[in-house]
Design a protein around this ligand. Structure first.
Ligand code: 13P
Ligand code: SF4
Length: 305
């Protein structure tokens, strides 16, 4: 089957089988075109809690499918490709957080959504890149232990100077591969371009940016800006999506190194296989794990309203 035939079959079958397809913004253009919703991690969480369909296919990485299952425990949630994980999500486990809680007893642990369900059971609130500033501002707690991304954490902390932050050593290997030097070189090569970056980038890179935000934030900024050229400091797929959305503008990747191979795992045949029951992995979680991990996601949605 070619791309168009696969897409037609997916669209036909998802209606017949009452399936909702959620796709993270880093998925390919071919997957965007068959998805019912495309967005950043926060948007996907909100959408997962609203989906009416009996089956939800999450085209993204494992923690996104776990979040979806926690928010819709009665639904069948399928991770589109079982190999798609997020290396950052595995950096701090439950026991590491328990130790950190002992080390910083006066600090409230706030975890990035890019963590496992197990890790979330011992944190107080989850945040995403697009919601972190608002959520932490809305929390009554003054002392925040931010886990695991120290780059996102320090970007958030700069915007909330009246709170105290502690960070751990963690972050996204894909975004951290973009150096300050490559940002300077890209700006020198494209002097009229605006630099748009994800807050998972190194602090030296975000300091050079015209805009810092989530994947959806970057897409919206580029669409609405009057500038004609942009350097994109996030996963390479966003460059491609922007070229489709705004053919009259020019988009350059900050670095060719910014490819998330986990996000790239999912293919159209995987999506078709998930609907047909021959591919993907159904997410199974005990009721106990769901109820204890879900508390900090519910708090995120509550504080993010
Ligand atoms: P967003 O919430 O911006 O989609 O980020 C998720 C992610 O994994 C970025 O690397
Ligand atoms: Fe994880 Fe980084 Fe890939 Fe996002 S880009 S899913 S944080 S490895």
């Amino acid at each position: 089957m070619n791309t168009r035939e696969l897409q037609d079959e997916i669209i036909r079958l998802k209606k017949e089988k009452d399936v909702c397809i959620l796709a993270h913004a880093y998925q390919s253009q071919a997957i965007w075109e068959v998805a019912d919703y495309v967005g950043d991690s926060y948007g996907l969480s909100v959408e997962a809690s609203k989906a009416k369909n009996q089956t939800v296919i999450m085209c993204g990485v494992r923690f996104m499918a776990e979040t979806c299952k926690m928010l819709s425990p009665d639904k069948r949630v399928i991770l589109s490709n079982p190999m798609a994980g997020c290396p950052m999500a595995d950096q701090y486990g439950r026991d590491d957080i328990l130790k950190l809680r002992e080390q910083y007893p006066d600090y409230t642990p706030v975890c990035y959504i890019n963590t496992t369900a197990e890790t979330k059971t011992v944190c107080d609130v989850t945040v995403t890149s697009s919601s972190a500033v608002k959520i932490i501002k809305n929390m009554p707690d003054k002392n925040i232990l931010f886990i695991p991304d120290c780059n996102l954490g320090s970007w958030v902390a700069d915007q909330i100077p009246d709170k105290n932050f502690q960070f751990v050593k963690g972050g996204c290997p894909t975004h951290m591969a973009m150096s300050v030097k490559s940002a300077e070189e890209a700006k020198a090569q494209h002097p009229d371009a605006e630099l748009l970056v994800h807050p998972e980038c190194l602090a030296g890179v975000t300091a050079l940016a015209d805009y810092v935000g989530s994947t959806t934030g970057i897409l919206n900024y580029a669409k609405n800006s009057s500038a004609k050229e942009f350097i994109i400091g996030t996963e390479a797929s966003i460059v491609e999506h922007l070229q489709y959305m705004c053919p009259e503008k020019r988009f350059y990747p900050l670095s060719v190194m910014c490819v998330c191979h986990n996000m790239k795992m999912t293919t159209l045949p995987d999506v078709l296989g998930c609907i047909q029951g021959t591919a993907g992995e159904e997410i199974k979680m005990s009721d106990e794990l769901i109820s204890s991990a879900r508390k900090c996601i519910d708090r995120m949605i509550e504080l993010g309203k």
